[in-house]
Design a protein around this ligand. Structure first.
Ligand code: CTP
Length: 133
């Protein structure tokens, strides 16, 4: 039977680490669904808005060959609901989240993939700011 993989993230200032995790997530199944966190959710989490709007972040992720469907993640509390709605067989998260989604093992398989080393949105923004200072 076809397997659906689901993953979540902000994917702001899209970079190679984002692409690699989405490609590896897709390779674990037959269909990849990505929850891109809303601007509002990011503000709630980090007291700041992403650089790219949620519309643009969703457009970039939707355009990838490895991504089949994208939706807006509106609340961190709704992961279980999203897993059920999209009939996900596997939840993939980067290993910066290792262990933090184990509660969903009753709903689907939970796999933490190693992050790509030496790159993050935070580091890119810091490097750009340092260059332009
Ligand atoms: N990710 C990854 N390798 C990286 C950066 C991110 O595999 N070098 C993964 C994360 O583990 C997550 C997904 O990409 O599953 C989306 O991560 P996100 O938080 O949007 O990206 P970061 O670059 O980590 O952003 P920030 O620096 O703002 O935390």
């Amino acid at each position: 039977m076809a397997k659906t993989v689901i993953t979540f993230g902000t994917f702001d200032v899209f970079h190679i680490g984002h692409l690699r995790i989405l490609e590896r997530a897709r390779a674990l199944g037959d269909r990849l669904v990505v929850g891109v966190s809303s601007d509002h959710l990011n503000f709630k989490k980090k007291q700041k808005y992403p650089v790219f709007s949620e519309h643009d972040r969703r457009s970039i992720v939707s355009a990838l060959a490895c991504v089949d469907e994208v939706f807006s993640e509106e609340s961190l509390e709704w992961k279980g609901k999203y897993i059920s709605t999209y009939n996900a067989d596997i939840l993939v998260m980067g290993d910066d989240w290792a262990g933090r989604f184990d509660e969903f093992k009753s709903l689907c398989e939970v796999i933490y993939l190693p992050r790509t080393e030496n790159i993050s949105t935070t580091e890119i923004l810091a490097a750009v700011r340092a260059t332009s200072a």
